[in-house]
Design a protein around this ligand. Structure first.
Ligand code: SF4
Ligand code: SF4
Length: 91
């Protein structure tokens, strides 16, 4: 299973909801590397590990079954989708 991101960009605009992203927050919850017009990460290829689902699994959560880990990430993503009234991404 791969993570089915629809690139809505809202996770990169809600960094204030988790302290681990504080260094990326420009002060209003949006990442300083986020391009709002294009809803994209301007440093995607070199983004921090905390922004990379597969790298996080490999480095910190490898004891979790990969599909279970992806499902947990999807549930968090869906809560963002609900908050912004977007169609839910599906497993
Ligand atoms: S909130 Fe979910 S679907 Fe939207 S960009 Fe982030 S990971 Fe992708
Ligand atoms: S570095 Fe890129 S992926 Fe990470 S929060 Fe910022 S814009 Fe999003």
């Amino acid at each position: 299973m791969n993570f089915p991101c629809n690139q809505c960009g809202w996770c990169c605009q809600n960094l204030d909801k988790n302290k681990v992203y504080a260094a990326l927050d420009r002060g209003d919850g949006t990442c300083k590397w986020f391009d709002i017009a294009n809803k994209s990460c301007t440093i995607y290829e070199s983004r921090p590990t905390i922004c990379n689902i597969d790298a996080m699994h490999e480095s910190y959560f490898s004891d979790l079954d990969y599909d279970e880990y992806i499902a947990l990430n999807i549930s968090v993503c869906q809560s963002v989708q609900i908050e912004h009234q977007l169609p839910l991404i599906q497993i």
